[in-house]
Write a protein that binds this ligand. Structure first.
Ligand SMILES: NC(=O)c1ccc[n+]([C@@H]2O[C@H](COP(=O)([O-])OP(=O)(O)OC[C@H]3O[C@@H](n4cnc5c(N)ncnc54)[C@H](OP(=O)(O)O)[C@@H]3O)[C@@H](O)[C@H]2O)c1
Length: 289
């Protein structure tokens, strides 16, 4: 199988470059400089030249707050790009795995969100990602999978884990929001799910995150504990739990975005590990790198 990986320079893309391919497959990993998914003619020419059997779209505009002032760029990457990809994939009967987000939901739910729950994004980022999902499912219904995930982090790129480690080393104390609830997701766990999806090639919408739930405050406390244990930090700083109202951001975020993964576990035979176990693995990898 020939697999094209888009967004190869992002945190998920860099992880997949290490975990893919399953034996005997060829992966063509393309950065934004090599293929801008919002450029339809470039995308069509490049994909027609490669003739992949599967496409993984890990490319996205992920700067959630910046998107509030940059609607056009966010929409080009998150809505137009997936539309062009799905259109090419449908015409060429190529399976497309498109990564999406918990931010398509409003957060007003009282239980984990299932793939069929009503979407209602609160931000430009969430709206553009939802538009991308809709294009993918409409244009390539039989051969596309939208895989929604949440709170993604890794040792690569920019993410909450790396921001916390930097601030914990620099500051004397931290304040972290404790009334937004979700599930951290390590790119290693997500890559395992993507590997399983490549084997089964299902169509539809599925959810993936690590197991368990947490607030950003819980996640920050765990990061400090594990980083101290691993020797990535040398001193503990007090971490204060604050409400989201005390930390206003340009983009609104869902207050609850836990994803229900039962369908994924049943269809892909792949179960997530608890987020705390995944965190230990990522921190150990950072220590050893
Ligand atoms: N990060 C999270 O917390 C989170 C949560 C839920 C879902 N997700 C989803 O998970 C997926 C992977 O996210 P990630 O955290 O790995 O993101 P990331 O680290 O920001 O990587 C995204 C990559 O996409 C590239 N890109 C942006 N616009 C592009 C375009 N027009 N054409 C081609 N490439 C383009 C970026 O290139 P540049 O670096 O050059 O901009 C970057 O390398 C995305 O679909 C995201 O929406 C992420």
């Amino acid at each position: 199988m020939k697999i094209v990986l888009l967004g190869a320079q992002g945190q998920l893309g860099l992880t997949l470059q290490q975990t893919l391919p399953p034996a005997g497959h060829e992966v063509i990993a393309l950065t934004r400089a090599e293929l801008d998914i919002s450029n339809e003619s470039q995308l069509r020419a490049r994909l027609s030249e490669i003739k992949p059997d599967a496409i993984i779209n890990a490319a996205a505009y992920t700067a959630v707050d910046a998107a509030e002032q940059d609607d056009l760029t966010a929409r080009a990457a998150n809505a137009a790009g997936p539309k062009y990809l799905a259109s090419w994939a449908a015409e060429n009967q190529t399976w497309l795995l498109h990564i999406s987000t918990d931010f398509v939901f409003s957060g007003r739910m009282y239980r984990p969100y299932t793939p069929t729950d009503q979407t209602d994004p609160l931000s430009i980022y969430g709206r553009t990602k939802l538009e991308g999902e809709l294009h993918v499912r409409y244009l390539a219904p039989a051969n596309s999978l939208v895989l929604r995930t949440s709170w993604v982090y890794s040792q690569f790129g920019r993410n909450f884990l790396k921001t916390m480690l930097r601030l914990m080393a620099e500051k004397d104390s931290l304040s972290v929001v404790d009334d937004q609830i979700g599930t951290p997701t390590s790119t290693w766990g997500l890559a395992r799910c993507i590997d399983a999806a490549l084997q089964h090639k299902p169509a539809g919408i599925l959810h993936w995150s690590d197991a368990g739930v947490a607030s950003w405050y819980d996640f920050a406390v765990a990061i400090q504990d594990e980083a101290l244990r691993a020797g990535l930090l040398y001193k503990a700083v007090p971490i204060r739990a604050i409400p989201g109202t005390a930390y206003p951001t340009p983009a609104k975020r869902p207050s609850f975005s836990v994803l229900d993964k039962q369908d994924t576990i049943a269809q892909l035979h792949c179960a997530p590990e608890h987020w705390r176990h995944e965190l230990v693995k990522v921190i150990n990898a950072m220590r050893n790198s």
